[in-house]
Design a protein around this ligand. Structure first.
Ligand SMILES: [Cu+2]
Length: 289
């Protein structure tokens, strides 16, 4: 077991560096969050690290105290137990200490929560995501609306969709039609459900919001990195809950504009042109390396 853990740990940097060129998705033996692609996820990651600075020492302290008590006060070396039942100083310490610790946790926690509910700027793009059993409907609420369905890609359709590379298009996460958004653009997401409660979640963006039938929940993100990002429905929603992935492709503004213009009349063609444009860019980049 230990060997497997250590093996997994040593493989981590390799996996992480391999991940840079690929899509952002869960990895084998992943011990941490996925790398942040938004400022919000950076804040969440910071808060997680910060919290660990409290959790780890407290756990070690309690473990050490327990060990000390178990050894020092075991029956065999302590035949006549003390009858002490109160110690004012210790009682003050173990009341005030946790209160102070909770304050240190509460302040940044509420700050984070406030930031999540207060987008720093007006959205430039609004997308409505509707959860269905078991796929998503996306609606771009621009001057000219665009809407389409996004469902898990069946293995038999991989070839036709040009998504045979399992590293970039993994099983259970790849969809037929990705959500395409421009990089560094304030994006508002309106989330609702058509049948039962689903949840729209994108780990590397730091967003997760319930899709509740009959009401609209709102969240936002501003993706700072280009790439393909994977999330999943995160609310048990029925037998195919595990098969309604979310894929967001973050591209350059020009690529987004071209995709959007083409998508209105020819959605598959728009994706083909977008992939070609991204691939051309990558081959230029790797040639330059
Ligand atoms: Cu669902």
């Amino acid at each position: 077991m230990m060997k497997r853990i250590i093996g997994g740990l040593s493989a981590l940097p390799v996996l992480l560096s391999a991940g840079v060129a690929l899509a952002q998705q869960p990895r084998d033996w992943q011990m941490t969050f996925q790398p942040a692609a938004t400022g919000m996820m950076e804040q969440i990651t910071w808060f997680e690290h910060y919290t660990l600075w409290f959790i780890v020492p407290i756990t070690l302290l309690v473990l050490a105290l327990l060990g000390y008590v178990i050894l020092k006060f075991r029956a065999s070396v302590n035949p006549t137990p003390s009858r002490t039942s109160h110690n004012t100083l210790i009682e003050v310490i173990w009341t005030v200490g946790p209160v102070v610790i909770l304050l240190f946790l509460a302040v940044p926690s509420f700050q984070l929560l406030t930031n999540q509910y207060n987008p720093p700027e007006e959205p430039k793009l609004t997308i409505k995501a509707t959860g269905n059993q078991w796929n998503w409907d996306y609606e771009y609420q621009n001057q000219q609306a665009l809407s389409f369905n996004s469902a898990i890609l069946a293995d038999k359709d991989r070839e036709a969709a040009g998504k045979t590379d399992l590293a970039a298009y993994p099983r259970l996460l790849t969809v037929d039609n990705e959500l395409v958004v421009p990089v560094n653009t304030m994006t508002r997401v309106l989330v609702t459900g058509a049948d039962v409660i689903h949840a729209f979640a994108m780990p590397s963006f730091g967003i997760k919001v319930d899709a509740v039938p009959g009401r609209i929940n709102e969240t936002w993100f501003k993706a700072q990195k280009e790439g393909l990002f994977y999330g999943q429905c995160s609310e048990l929603c029925g037998k195919d809950h595990a098969f309604m992935p979310i894929a967001i492709r973050v591209v350059k503004q020009e690529q987004y504009d071209a995709w959007l213009a083409a998508a209105k009349s020819d959605l598959p063609g728009a994706y083909k042109a977008l992939s070609a444009s991204i691939e051309a860019e990558h081959s230029v980049a790797s040639a330059a390396n």
